[in-house]
Design a protein around this ligand. Structure first.
Ligand code: F6R
Length: 361
């Protein structure tokens, strides 16, 4: 039942405020400026002994893991990174007892992720899951974890689950941070930011009309570039994937800092750029990148906290705490991908060649 929506994708994007409310519900502990994660199965001593965090997932879940790795590094000050599970399992990676491994999956059934978990477990590693489907194979094989509580996701492309997974990682990062060196006041600041998310997401979704109008301009692009720096980079990666999957327009994501090392050569009027430009400490750097694109007659759509002079259009999104901004900044780009695909009359819920869960190698 699509409840009045024309596609499951549209229904699921619109469910994001409630979904985020669900992943937060019952977990915030104001008294200690932290969160309680019932299924984590990791005591304070163990949490303090972690030297590294390695996050494994595929596709959109890998991108959510990239966001998560940055949150863990920023809030818990533990070196963290994300890697496609499929790459990890084939490169005979060093399995280190002081590393916490985290497997991310909406379905909990993706074979490459499951196989990575099994290999890690066989070698004695500790593996947590950040999973949506309760009782799924990956949820069962991991030692503990955080359920994402996005609710059922029917559309082949993931939207609400991406958002909820990034929120689940914010909770994990806050939890680890408060056991380690994150101050009470920073803990409170993050909790306040988390509480603002559902309302801010609703605000972004209310801007859909503006985005629908923009989509007409991008539907005939030859290719598109998505750029962002640090926190904005995984957002660019995910937005680029979403556009490719449902509109079939070629898109590529790049760190904004790498533009001048190659992709600037692609810039021309029918290769527009989408730039993630939060008002954080990298704002001036990002503005300089917009200037370089503009100087080469590139068209720019910015997703930002304030209007960007160099951009042809700015989608203004509400500002949260800098560490949590990535949760919000991709949402207008889900809508952009959706309306671009509609413009091109694509089969949005069932894109060609793709399946909802990839249970084969
Ligand atoms: C993208 C998409 C895929 C999945 C990937 C992993 O919209 O849906 O890239 O994210 O196949 O699936 P899960 O999260 O179920 O492991």
């Amino acid at each position: 039942d699509m409840g009045g929506h024309d596609t499951y994708m549209h229904k699921e994007m619109s469910e994001q405020p409630e979904a985020v409310d669900r992943v937060l519900r019952g977990r915030i502990e104001d008294r200690f400026a932290t969160v309680h994660l019932g299924g984590l199965n990791l005591d304070a001593r163990e949490a303090r002994s972690i030297r590294r965090v390695k996050i494994l997932g595929c596709g959109t879940s890998y991108h959510a893991g990239m966001v998560g790795a940055q949150m863990i590094e920023e809030l818990a000050r533990i070196p963290a990174d994300a890697e496609p599970a499929s790459e990890f399992r084939y490169r005979n990676a060093v399995v280190d007892p002081d590393t916490l491994y985290v497997a991310v999956s909406q379905s909990g059934e993706t074979y490459d992720v499951l196989a990575a978990v099994q290999e890690l477990k066989r070698k004695g590693a500790r593996v947590l899951g950040v999973v949506n489907v309760v009782g799924s194979a990956i949820a069962r094989e991991t030692d503990g974890g955080v359920y994402v509580h996005a609710g059922p996701e029917v559309c082949v492309v993931s939207t609400k689950c991406f958002t909820n997974t990034t929120v689940a990682f914010a909770l994990l990062a806050l939890h680890l941070g408060r056991i380690r060196d994150l101050s009470v006041s920073d803990g409170k600041r993050i909790i306040e930011g988390l509480r603002k998310l559902p309302g801010q997401i609703a605000e972004i979704l209310a801007g859909e009309d503006e985005i629908r109008k923009l989509a007409g301009e991008f539907a005939h692009a030859r290719s598109m570039l998505f750029i962002g720096r640090v926190r904005g980079y995984p957002v660019a990666r995910e937005a680029s994937l979403k556009l490719k999957e449902i509109s079939y327009i070629h898109a590529e994501a790049y760190p904004a800092s790498e533009l001048k090392h190659g992709p600037l050569a692609l810039i021309e009027p029918d290769v527009p750029t989408v730039a993630i430009v939060p008002s954080d400490d990298l704002l001036e750097k990002n503005r300089a990148a917009l200037e370089e694109i503009k100087a080469r007659s590139g068209r720019i759509l910015a997703v930002a906290h304030e209007k960007q002079e160099k951009a042809d259009h700015t989608i203004v999104v509400p500002q949260n705490e800098p560490e949590l901004d990535p949760i919000l900044m991709g949402i207008p780009l889900q809508l952009l991908a959706y309306h671009t695909a509609k413009e091109l009359d694509r089969d949005i819920d069932k894109p060609r060649n793709l399946a909802k869960s990839v249970t084969v190698e």
